[in-house]
Design a protein around this ligand. Sequence first.
Ligand SMILES: [Zn+2]
Length: 353
Amino acid sequence: MSNLFQGTLYHSGEKTRTPVSIQVESGCLRIYADTAIQTWAALDIQSARRLGEDLVILQNGAWYLEVQSPGFAPTIEQAWGNKRLFRKSFFDKAGIAGCLIVLLGILLPLLAVFLWLTPFLADRAAREVSPEVERQIGDAWYQSLTAASTIDSAKTQLVQQFYDSLHFGGPYDMRITVVREPVVNAYAVPGGHIVVFDSIIGLMDAPEQLAGLLAHEASHIQLRHSTRAIFRELGARLFLNLAFGNYGDLSGIIAQHGSQLGGLSYSRQLELEADRHGLDLLKKSRAPQQGMPGLFRKMQAAAPAGDSEIPNFWSTHPAISERIAEAEAQIAASGNIRDTVPDALRHIWSALK
Ligand SMILES: [Zn+2]
């Protein structure tokens, strides 16, 4: 094996680049340029990198010597008796595939933790944001939800008066909107918007049923069900914004996604919780509680024959019969026997019908 090699010598300070011949000798290298000779003792070499099989880069202070030849590294190792000069870096040993595997081994568990943690953190955040932030989020969402709807302003005004006369209290300033829709529906938006479709009012035949509906929807807001639902729905993106206190951006995200989200559906557990809380609100405001199961019965009767589930409204679970039974049991236990609504509510109701 010849011990004469061709290479390039760089100087990092002077930015020079010189073609050189290299003679490998025992314990040193002699580097020949056109006009000069350098001798590098083995001990002078501060780093020796072997990139792939052929390319070697040696560093001596500001000088770098690059040699592209498969025989160069073995020749030095043999001449200097130094097998450890070209200790391979982790990357050289593992290669790209190995590095990817290690990276995935770290990233995948992190990703799993993040995915698992996000709903948990979103839920925590939803419980801890201020009603003011909820209102900002809710307003943006409300705008995009109702953008395409026809608002019935006369009914909106009346149902708002009806709601205000119930005096449910709580930290939210509730704003009612009645929209003209053929679907039997109503939904609650974080921070205080309740949207009622006029078809559900058409189904009612007593004011306490409207009180029951409003108590249920107000409970979704007061218990932050709608805030938690939208936080979970938007998950990571929302959470990252909250983590950086970027509330302004939040409204933008919600406005962008609001129409896709539509009215959120809740779990069976949350629906039952809103029913229970709603009945408590009715009791506290001294309104009859019977309107809530009364409204459920109306909806049950309006459902297609043989179908005990109500399409479109309050999702498909829990079954309406379960909600009627739960509500009646709670009313019986609470001893609320008031069965007439106050005159003020009755007057608004007559105007509405
Ligand atoms: Zn509900």
